[in-house]
Design a protein. Structure first.
Ligand code: ZN
Ligand code: ZN
Length: 177
């Protein structure tokens, strides 16, 4: 997502608010990462752009509506996440000798714009909780048969091996009744 910054570049101390709800596709059409199934519209930007000597400092919050699989039962669930960001977009003409360039975090188009796509994607992945659960009380999948234990009792008990005598009985083809 391209943001014009002509009014800010070269005016350290100037600042501008950027509060906007934008379609997720504005940040590119690639998948958002292995753990995120989809990002729904809109992505909510609540940012400030500060002109500094080295470039533009982008700070604030980015809100996402995402679908993520539960770490226990693998069901997809909707989650609202908010990432706090503080990133400097470097003015390439100010880069020190020998400093590495940082694609995605540089002023582009002859220092007239910056692109928030990399920032929006990185912030989501970095801020993502390590374990997303559909519910704190999610019972997860049965390690025995793979059934979703939230949907009902499959008859297996966690941590207890099935009694071999019952297993033997299950093999028998008993007549009904
Ligand atoms: Zn779950
Ligand atoms: Zn089971």
């Amino acid at each position: 997502m391209r943001v014009p910054i002509v009014d800010l570049v070269g005016h350290p101390g100037e600042t501008r608010a950027l509060s906007r709800a934008v379609p997720a596709a504005e940040f590119g059409t690639d998948p958002w990462g292995p753990t995120v199934s989809s990002v729904h519209d809109p992505v909510e930007l609540d940012l400030h752009l500060d002109a500094v000597v080295e470039g533009i400092l982008v700070r604030g919050a980015i809100g996402y509506h995402v679908e993520i699989a539960c770490a226990r039962c693998l069901q997809l669930g909707a989650h609202d996440l908010e990432a706090q960001v503080t990133e400097l977009f470097i003015d390439p003409t100010r880069r020190e000798e020998g400093e590495e360039d940082d694609p995605g975090y540089e002023l582009i188009d002859d220092r007239t714009a910056l692109d928030l796509s990399t920032l929006a994607r990185d912030a989501l992945l970095i801020d993502l909780p390590v374990q997303v659960l559909c519910d704190d009380a999610c019972l997860g999948l049965c390690p025995e048969c793979g059934a979703d234990r939230n949907a009902g009792d499959c008859g297996h008990r966690p941590g207890s091996e099935p009694d071999p005598r019952w297993a033997a009985l299950e093999q028998l083809d008993l007549p009904p009744g």
